[in-house]
Structure formats: structure tokens, C-alpha cells
Design a protein around this ligand. Structure first.
Ligand code: NAD
Length: 554
């Protein structure tokens, strides 16, 4: 059972008995403990007498889940189950991934974060406050699982499209890590969610007497940087094998931290790199529908932040790999931010991530004007502002292109630039549509279209699994580009026939495994892997994954 150097953490000798076993969600089987285990692990009497199978427990849990009549209630039900019995939680999640993913992640996780204080029942993860400065390593050592390998960390400043939620942002690392386990099979023992509480600038939270975080203004400048530096050093000391995923940081910090730490630690930023890879994969498979090669796309982004410029950079890398000159590739990416079209003529001081995409062209203020001027082949919404792809804009896209690409990626659903229905109806069913939050299939003019969800979950769990399995010392852009190509290759002709440019989520484990293999290949190729290369990489990675089935303890 215990395989050193692999991703299975437990040995039989670690097993507690009695109530301690029932209180350990990683080991608890609830009513599925056998008669023999009940007798020998001091459980007799602590459980109702009848022994159930996991399938029966799952059936009961599903009934309970469906009895909850709001998405938030369902979220609370699932997190309670996760805190009681992780094996059953992951079994349920994996078997009903399409139905439950929108509950444990977007869009419901957004609502859960907003309500995190009022639905708070049991702590999960580590909150490290800026007042813990000077003893961050000590706080990390309080985490009971001493070999954390995958850490998702946020400072709560830009939670989904909801803004600064401070300490309430913890729901995001928890949700993302649940997806690592469900979708890629990383054992929950290795997963550690962290919320760095550096204060908040959200007045509502600052004035809420029941707010669970530090009621002080967000630390900025040197105080913030020193705290992050201490955190990163402490991570290296306490969890030297860990991969760190930065999540939902405000955009000035997100870019800075990524640039500062990506060569010093095994880390990546999912909002920049994960989003970029999933959107690039979408553009690659869209090309099979539009019959336009990638190099002929003219992208117009609404929003020039982490997601938008990240996608732009990976698009440029993909074109460069096809032999297109970098300057020509950049000329195919246009951006509108809150001030208007990103052109040099604007003359403003631009941060590095935007400056790389400033174009020579005429300044216009609105997105609608930019659409008219640029005549893009694809519009990509990543500003976090809902309802901005109006009927007029969508009709223009249909007039300019036989198959316009419409990506409404802003989350949660209320922030989507347009709905799937609006995209198909305004383009007479010709749009190649994908969204950040899920939309139900749309019937238009006798045809049913299944909108793809450009969900980062297609990418980051596989990338994490690949990096952990080969013990990579870094996570590089080339690994994400490999992941994007692998994801695009998993889209079948059947998927495309329904308008779907991402594969079905029900195959997510197989998809993540393929991505993990391509990422590990890339790591071996670049000398970044620190585990001896096995003969059969796919079989080796597969052997390391966690499957939610009960072990016999005796
Ligand atoms: P960000 O804060 O880094 O960037 C937002 C950008 O939008 C900035 O450039 C800002 O100037 C621009 N903007 C804001 N208001 C605007 C307005 N009224 N008009 C024009 N531009 C405006 O945020 P981000 O990380 O890039 O995320 C943006 C959105 O993308 C969020 O809603 C997020 O949920 C979504 N997102 C989706 C996915 C996905 O679908 N896979 C992944 C990541 C992010």
C-alpha cells in the first residue's frame, strides 16, 4: 500500500482506531466498515449496525444531494461530505462530474465565497494572515499532512469576476484542489489550500462585524512583497516537493509574482497560464470547424488582464511554433481594456503585459467601435463585465465571418459577455461558441448546439499530475503549450458535430492522464524531471493516481 516516491501516501501502520478513524475524512468509510474492521478497529457501537457497500452509500448521498433545492445548499452538502468521508465524496463527484462540477466550482463556488462567512461550518486549509509575518513556516508546520505536494494559494483579491473577497476567497483553493483529485487523481492527502489574508479593500467586509478575515486594509508595496517572499521561502523549507498554483490574485500582483518566482520555485499562475492553455486549445479545435488555420485568426479581446494577455501570449507562441514571425503573430491580437482599444496612439503608460500588445492603429473608445474597425474573426470576452457582446456586435461578427468565434469567458454566469442562446441566435447558428461558466444545450432552428465550456479544469489537473509524477522542478510555458495541444487532440469529430470544441467532461480522467503524460514528456525532454524515467510513462502515471474506492484496512 505504501509506495515510496509515488503519490500514494498511506501505510497500514498509520491507521488510527475508534472515533479518531471516524473523524479522519481521508480514512473514514462510515457505514461501509466491515464487521471485521468494526471488531478490530474499536468501531463496534460507534456506527449503526448495518454494513453498506460504497454503491449503496453513493445512492443515498445522491438522493440527499437532489433533495437540496438550491445550488448553495448542494455546495454545503458536498463540502460537509468532503469533510466527513473524502473517498465517498470523490466517488460521488467523479461519477456525476458534469452535474456536480458547477456546484463545487464555477458558478456556485462564487456564491459560496460570497457567503463563506455565513455558511462556515468547519475550517479547511490554512489561513495565513499578514500578522503571522515572521512565523509563516511555523504556521505551515501546523498543517497535519506533512507531505503537501500541491498547494493552491490565493490572496483573495480577484475572486472569479467578483473582486476582492479577502479571507472569503478560501472557497477557491478548496474547490480547485477538489478538482485536482476528482479530475486527475491526485491523492487528497497531498492537497493543501491556502488563503493569504493580507486584509481587504472591500468596504462591505470591512464593516461586517461577522467577517471572518482581518479587518484591515489590504497590504501593498514592500509589506506585501516581504510577506509573499517569506511565504515562498517557508514553502521551500516545509514542503520542498510542492507545486504551488497561484490563484485569483489581483492582476498587478499576479504578473509580478509569476515573473519573480517562476524560475525560483515550482509554480504557475492558473488565471494566466491555465486559462491561456485552455483557450488556445479551444482556438485549435475551433479551426477544425471554421476551416481557418490558426494563423489566419484575428483576435479581439474584451479585457486585457491576466486571462486576455495570457491567451494572447500563448496564441503568439503557437503561431511562432508554426513558423510565423513574432511581430506578425502579435499583430493578430487586438485588445480593448477599460480605457478603449489598446493602440500606441493612446500614449498612456502601459504595464508590461499590455505594452507587448499595443498596436499601431486608430484609437476608438468602445468595444463595438473596435469590432467595426478590426473586423475580427474571433471575439474573446475576459473583462468580467456581463452582457457586453450585444446582439448588434454578434450580428456584425456573423456578417464578417462565415463561422465567427465567440468566446464569452467571464465568470460567473452573471458576468458572461453573452449567453449561448444569444450567440447562436444572433449568428443563425454559425457561431463557434465557448464560455467560462456552463450553459445548457441550445435548440436553434431545429438543431441542437452543445456549448463548450473553456474551463481551466481541462488543463491544470493534468499539468499538476504530470509535474508531480515526474517530480518536475519547474512548470514551464512549454508544458502548458503541450497540454493545450494534447487537449485539442482529444476533441472528437462527434464533439465537433454538436458544436462542442472541448471534449466531454465525463472523460476528464483520461484527458488529464494524456495531458500529464505530455507534460512529463516535456519535463524529461528539458531536463526538469527528477524522477527516473519509467519505460512506460503513461502506465507509471496511471499507477500513481488515487481512485476513490475503499481499502480493506485489515
Ligand atoms: P483581470 O482583472 O486581470 O483583467 C480584467 C481586464 O478587463 C482588465 O484589462 C481591465 O482593464 C478590463 N476591464 C474591466 N472593466 C472593463 C470595461 N468596462 N471595459 C473594458 N475592459 C474592462 O481579470 P482576469 O483574470 O483577466 O479575468 C477576467 C475575467 O475572465 C473574469 O471574469 C474571470 O472569471 C474570467 N476568466 C475565465 C476563465 C475561463 O473561462 N477559463 C479563466 C480565467 C478568467
Amino acid at each position: 500500500m505504501n509506495q515510496p516516491d509515488s503519490l500514494h501516501p498511506f501505510g497500514r501502520r498509520d491507521l488510527p482506531g475508534g472515533a479518531a478513524l471516524l473523524n479522519n475524512p481521508l480514512l473514514n468509510k462510515l457505514t461501509a466498515f466491515s464487521e471485521h474492521e468494526r471488531d478490530n478497529l474499536r468501531l463496534r457501537g460507534l456506527l449503526p449496525p448495518r454494513v453498506f457497500t460504497m454503491q449503496e452509500q453513493e445512492r443515498r448521498s445522491l438522493i440527499q444531494f437532489h433533495r437540496k433545492d438550491s445550488a448553495l445548499e448542494r455546495y454545503i452538502f458536498l463540502t460537509t461530505l468532503q469533510n466527513r468521508n473524502e473517498t465517498l465524496f470523490y466517488r460521488l463527484l467523479l461519477d456525476h462530474i458534469e452535474e456536480m462540477m458547477p456546484i463545487i466550482y464555477t458558478p456556485t463556488v462564487g456564491e459560496a465565497c460570497l457567503e463563506y462567512g455565513s455558511i462556515f461550518r468547519q475550517p479547511r486549509g490554512l489561513w495565513i494572515g499578514i500578522r503571522d509575518k515572521g512565523r509563516v513556516a511555523e504556521v505551515l508546520r501546523n498543517w497535519p499532512n506533512h507531505d503537501a505536494r500541491i498547494i493552491v494559494v490565493t490572496d483573495g483579491e480577484r475572486i472569479l469576476g467578483l473582486g476582492d473577497l479577502g479571507a472569503l476567497g478560501m472557497g477557491i483553493p478548496i474547490g480547485k484542489l477538489a478538482l485536482y483529485t476528482a479530475c486527475a487523481g491526485i491523492h487528497p492527502y497531498y492537497c493543501l489550500p491556502i488563503c493569504l489574508d493580507v486584509g481587504t479593500d472591500n468596504e462591505k467586509l470591512l464593516n461586517d462585524p461577522l467577517y471572518i478575515g482581518l479587518q484591515q486594509k489590504r497590504a501593498r508595496g514592500a509589506a506585501y512583497d516581504e510577506f509573499i517572499e517569506e511565504f515562498m521561502r517557508a514553502m521551500g523549507e516545509v514542503f520542498p516537493k510542492a507545486l504551488i498554483q497561484f490563484e485569483d490574485f489581483g492582476n498587478s500582483n499576479a504578473f509580478r509574482l509569476l515573473h519573480r518566482y517562476q524560475d525560483r520555485a515550482c509554480c504557475f499562475n492558473d488565471d494566466i497560464q491555465g486559462t491561456a492553455a485552455v483557450a488556445l486549445a479551444g482556438l485549435m479545435s475551433a479551426a477544425r470547424l471554421t476551416k481557418r488555420p490558426l494563423r489566419e485568426e484575428r483576435l479581439l479581446f474584451f479585457g486585457a488582464g491576466e486571462a486576455g494577455t495570457g491567451i494572447g501570449e500563448y496564441f503568439v507562441s503557437a503561431l511562432k511554433a508554426e513558423g510565423v514571425a513574432e511581430a506578425d503573430a502579435r499583430r493578430r491580437c487586438w485588445f480593448v481594456d477599460s480605457r478603449g482599444l489598446l493602440v500606441r496612439e493612446r500614449g498612456d503608460q502601459l504595464p508590461e503585459h499590455k505594452a507587448a500588445f499595443a498596436q499601431d492603429g486608430k484609437f476608438v473608445k468602445t468595444f463595438a467601435e473596435a469590432v467595426e474597425q478590426i473586423k475580427p474573426t474571433a471575439i474573446i470576452g475576459v473583462a468580467g463585465v456581463g452582457k457586453t457582446f450585444t446582439t448588434d456586435i454578434l450580428e456584425k461578427m456573423a456578417a464578417y465571418n462565415e463561422r465567427p468565434i465567440i468566446f464569452a469567458l467571464s465568470n460567473p454566469t452573471s458576468k458572461a459577455e453573452c449567453t449561448a442562446e444569444e450567440a447562436y441566435a444572433s449568428t443563425k447558428g454559425r457561431a463557434v461558441f465557448a464560455s467560462g461558466s456552463p450553459f445548457a444545450p441550445v435548440k436553434y432552428d431545429g438543431t441542437t448546439y452543445v456549448p463548450g465550456q473553456g474551463n481551466n479544469v481541462y488543463i491544470f489537473p493534468g499539468v499538476g499530475l504530470g509535474a508531480l509524477a515526474c517530480q518536475a522542478s519547474a512548470v514551464t510555458d512549454s508544458m502548458f503549450l503541450a497540454a493545450a495541444r494534447t487537449l485539442a487532440a482529444q476533441v472528437t469529430d462527434d464533439d465537433l458535430a454538436q458544436g462542442r470544441i472541448y471534449p466531454q467532461l465525463s472523460s476528464i480522467r483520461a484527458i488529464s492522464l494524456q495531458i500529464a503524460v505530455s507534460v512529463a514528456e516535456e519535463a524529461y525532454h528539458n531536463g526538469l524531471a527528477h524522477r527516473q524515467r519509467p519505460d512506460d510513462l503513461a502506465a507509471d502515471i496511471q499507477s500513481q493516481v488515487f481512485n476513490p474506492v475503499y481499502q480493506d484496512y485489515l
